[in-house]
Design a protein around this ligand. Sequence first.
Ligand SMILES: NC(=O)c1ccc[n+]([C@@H]2O[C@H](COP(=O)([O-])OP(=O)(O)OC[C@H]3O[C@@H](n4cnc5c(N)ncnc54)[C@H](O)[C@@H]3O)[C@@H](O)[C@H]2O)c1
Length: 247
Amino acid sequence: MARFDNKVAIVTGGASGIGLETVKLFLNEGAKVAIGDFSDKGPEVVKSLGHGGDVIFVKTNVTSEDEVKNLINTTVKTFGKLDIMFANAGIAKDADITELPLKQWQMTIDINLTGIFLSDKYALEQMLKQGNGGAIINSGSIHSLVALPNVTAYGAAKGGVKILTQTLAATYARKGIRVNAVAPGYIDTPLLDAVNPGMKEQLVKLHPLGRLGKPSEIAKVVGFLASDDASFVIGATIVADGGYTSV
Ligand SMILES: NC(=O)c1ccc[n+]([C@@H]2O[C@H](COP(=O)([O-])OP(=O)(O)OC[C@H]3O[C@@H](n4cnc5c(N)ncnc54)[C@H](O)[C@@H]3O)[C@@H](O)[C@H]2O)c1
């Protein structure tokens, strides 16, 4: 029996990077998966996965309450229930506070923090209705824990994700719903493509391991947190960062 047989998972931001690798892990280990992403590439991504009707794409902007509700409802209509939510969608455009327009601050907070609030809120509502527990994994970051100059809105949002995770975990632990977060170091995904090559080299140096992470290395941590192996892991922000926060 595979780890996620008979489980239904949603992955927001599942059309790329860490989310996409997690979708693959869930599918390969038996789950049915709904990808909630606002990327036009969604249908193409679903086709390329080659898992037939076990995976669907629901076009979703995680900042829209109606669209997040639709994501949950469509998932439940298609697969019958919801067991796992990986609230992962995020962006990383940022700047020094003196150069960060209010609009850009708000967009980052909307996607990286409010998007998680909405994903968690409606996943919890569904899981509570089912009465059978569940697992929620939020996308944090090393910047949930430590700052870096000019990582302004992103750090504020990811810091918020850590405490939101702990609050929900404490509130719903006795209902059998485990809420945790993953805190990746810098991972080589399209999110980092905005960074210039010189900057990427600088980022590598901040990781004692001497390289950036791979999305599959984060997917494995999410898989652990989603599985029964993490039955006593509640409200944790699990760091997977090549040593970044150790120094
Ligand atoms: N790459 C890194 O170095 C790194 C490090 C720590 C944390 N993270 C976090 O991991 C998560 C995934 O990042 P990634 O590196 O895989 O990035 P990515 O750019 O490869 O993938 C992000 C996905 O989220 C989707 N998305 C963005 N905004 C959305 C919205 N409003 N609604 C729905 N979908 C939206 C994008 O379309 C994309 O498919 C993010 O929350 C990011 O902050 C990434």
